[in-house]
Write a protein that binds this ligand. Sequence first.
Ligand SMILES: N[C@@H](CCC(=O)N[C@@H](CS)C(=O)NCC(=O)O)C(=O)O
Length: 231
Amino acid sequence: MIEVWSWPTPNGQKVHIALEELGLPYNVVPVNIGAGEQFRPEFLAITPNHRIPAIVDPDGPGGKKLELFESGAILIYLAEKTGKLMPQDPHGRYICLQWLMFQMGGVGPMFGQWNHFHNYAPEKLPYAIERYSSEVRRLYGVLEKRLAQAPYLAGEAYSIADIATFPWARGPERRGIEPGTFPAVERWLAAIDARPAVQRGMDVLSERRRQGTMTEAEREVLFGKTQFAKR
Ligand SMILES: N[C@@H](CCC(=O)N[C@@H](CS)C(=O)NCC(=O)O)C(=O)O
């Protein structure tokens, strides 16, 4: 059975959703990133980057065990393993990968910085807040253009590109985007949110989510000396 080392954050949720959509059996190993469990030797042995998610598939290519980190690589692997959630024709496949890379290189990192400077930075830095607010709005605008042309990011069919983007893009109002600004994005978010597998994927480990504000200990793990210690 596939082991998923994960936590209920957008990058983890992508993998939970994909596994639910594909109906693959899996076992979740919680990695509490606020408590520093990402630095445990057994997790570092799977990913030197000490970030969730990572998977271990005992039945990888050629029947050999595969350990994999980076959510985008995991999504491609699961799609190729099953022949689902990615177009089979070469043209469609590249369009799907293009939007997946747009999420991995753009939406994820930039929305993450928005979160950091809005919610976690010890000082309110107007330059950083303005920069990431503008970038988040710009990225929603790019999604809007695409989703005004096609029902899903890869085109006609729902794919790993949508699965990667949904957990980051949901709730645009939480990022200061007024309702109605990006109607095609709102239509697409509602369609994905209505999928039972997406609901099940979003529920994975949801009871473990932090309630309330980040503690000093969590802040130290995620943004302080623990995070940047030499390993
Ligand atoms: N590019 C990576 C990013 C993974 C990532 O940033 N994961 C976060 C949670 S969403 C994490 O594990 N953070 C722990 C930490 O910062 O120490 C991926 O997509 O898998």
